[in-house]
Write a protein that binds this ligand. Structure first.
Ligand code: HEM
Ligand SMILES: *[C@@H]1O[C@H](CO)[C@@H](O)[C@H](O)[C@H]1NC(C)=O
Length: 470
């Protein structure tokens, strides 16, 4: 018996050794055979950054794809980078091989949002915090928010119509989505905090895309100080909750109540970074898509009529809007829903994302060297005629059948995909319901075009006038 077990151990040892050599040899040979993707790197250091920024970035990507295919290399913002323009390649990076690619953001942006925010992390910590965020914006949680979203939408619409002025839809939609962000993070709480948070938040935002320097007076350094003040406000709220032993079901409550197997809780720093992160992720995204929806509906009066008919029927069933919207009703707005999906596709406000290879990776014979950035190009996939025929036509009916798998990723894909997607859609459905049943609007700008802020939005945020229907 002794001998047998020794023999078995020796065999196990040898086969492990053998497979180790086999794997490393295989890896080496893979690296030798694999070649870098095609593409030009442009001038050293500056790379193709100038080209990317001196024209519509979508043209840049599209012309590259035409020339080199689904995978090509380039050099932007000082980083060698592989761009991926096919659903399979995006799925490889974001889903099936997500562990080989880590999120990567400039340090200056990480500092403004907060280094412990979940976007910046991989592995255990990310999974744990992500679960808390997911729970706080799950369908069970957000259905309870409908009355508050209705109130927020109504008071926004009333204020746009009562002023009688031309307003920037994007700026106003930002306020609307911020208020709902606050609601899902903090639940109901004193409004003086809300105003303080809002003011300081808009300072942080201005710094987010400005040149990162600590020289006093610059947008970036002002943003850092505003962030500190937000952090203090959040600490104060946390303190109050701990004192009053409040156990709320909002995101802050979930973050405060969290305990791992060993009984460890999250630090106040980790909580604050994630609160700021979620508010950040929720605001401009939702606001840009809503602005595009109003723009597309204004340009497609037939569609607007169809949406009006759909929403009018619900409004009447709810006794001229006297009864509140139900969760079931928001799940049954097929025309409005396809308009939202088509707006997400057409505008593709998150045109691409970044990851960084943590080891040498080989994809379809192409080498992606360790440390290189990879960019799945969502917009190119959403505008590829193979997946979306006549991609530049606004045609919601294309969503009457489900898109091919992994071709539609307005909320990303895989471990870092958007946990807030149901909340985002609910906000849009509720706002559209109140908008089209009680108001009308006219786009005022004579120029049409796109500005990058940094998400694409219609020029000047879509200057528009609103009226309440008599
Ligand atoms: C129309 C509105 C929205 C769009 C288009 C959108 C889109 C996205 C996309 C594409 C990602 C993945 C980014 C990547 O893979 O690099 C993402 C992540 C995220 N989104 Fe959204 N989002 C929207 C609204 C929201 C809302 C309302 C929330 C609030 C709960 C939210 C919270 C987040 C968070 C926390 C992440 C990071 C997830 C992680 O790293 O695990 N988003 N979003
Ligand atoms: C920012 O937050 C602080 C509290 O930390 C508050 O006193 C201040 O009024 C807020 N707004 C601005 C613009 O600083």
């Amino acid at each position: 018996m002794e001998i047998v077990s020794i023999l078995v151990n020796i065999i196990i040892f040898l086969s492990t050794l053998f497979s180790y050599f086999l794997i490393t040899k295989h890896k080496k040979s893979q690296r030798c055979i694999a070649k870098l993707p095609q593409g030009s790197m442009g001038w050293p250091y500056l790379g193709e950054t100038l080209q990317l920024y001196s024209q519509d970035p979508n043209l840049f990507f599209a012309s590259k794809q035409k020339r080199y295919g689904e995978i090509f290399k380039t050099y932007i913002l000082g980083c060698p980078c592989v761009m991926l323009a096919s659903p399979e390649a995006a799925r490889f990076v974001l889903v099936t091989h997500a562990h080989l690619f880590k999120p990567t953001y400039p340090k200056s942006k990480e500092k403004l949002i907060g280094p412990s925010a979940l976007f910046f992390h991989q592995g255990d910590y990310h999974t744990r915090v992500r679960k808390l965020v997911q729970t706080s914006v799950s369908p069970e949680a957000i259905r309870k928010l409908i009355p508050d979203i209705e109130t927020t939408a109504n008071s926004a619409l009333e204020s746009w119509a009562s002023g009688g002025q031309v307003i920037s839809v994007f700026q106003e939609m930002k306020k609307f989505s911020f208020n709902i962000g606050i609601l899902s993070v903090f639940g109901h709480w004193e409004s003086n905090y809300r105003e303080q948070l809002k003011e300081n938040y808009s300072i942080v935002e201005k710094g987010y895309n400005s040149f990162p320097t600590k020289i006093p007076g610059t947008a970036y350094s002002k943003a850092l100080s505003a962030r500190k003040r937000i952090r203090e406000i959040i600490s104060e709220i946390i303190c109050q909750r701990k004192e009053q032993r409040l156990t709320e079901k909002d995101l802050l409550g979930h973050l405060l109540n969290y305990k791992d197997e060993k009984g460890e809780t999250l630090t106040d720093e980790q909580i604050a970074d994630n609160v700021i992160g979620v508010l950040f992720a929720a605001q401009d995204t939702t606001a840009s898509v809503l602005t595009w929806i109003l723009n597309y509906l204004h340009d497609n009066q037939k569609l607007l009529e169809a949406i009006k008919a759909e929403q009018r029927a619900i409004y009447e069933a709810n006794e001229e809007g006297k009864k509140p919207l139900t969760w079931g009703q928001t799940r049954n707005m097929p025309v409005t829903y396809t308009v939202i999906l088509e707006s997400l596709r057409m505008s593709s406000i998150i045109s691409f994302t970044f990851r960084e290879a943590v080891v040498d990776v080989v994809y379809k014979g192409y080498l992606i060297p360790k440390g290189w950035k990879v960019m799945p190009l969502f917009r190119n996939i959403h505008h590829n005629p193979d997946f979306f025929p006549a991609p530049h036509n606004f045609d919601p009916s294309r969503f009457e059948v489900a898109p091919k798998p992994n071709t539609f990723m307005p909320f990303g894909n895989g471990v870092h995909s958007c946990p807030g997607h149901e909340l985002a859609k609910l906000n849009m459905l509720v706002l559209i319901y109140h908008l089209v049943t009680k108001f009308r609007w006219e786009v005022m700008g004579s120029e049409s075009g796109i500005q990058y802020s940094p998400f694409p939005v219609p020029l000047q945020g879509l200057p528009t006038k609103f009226w309440r229907n008599e």
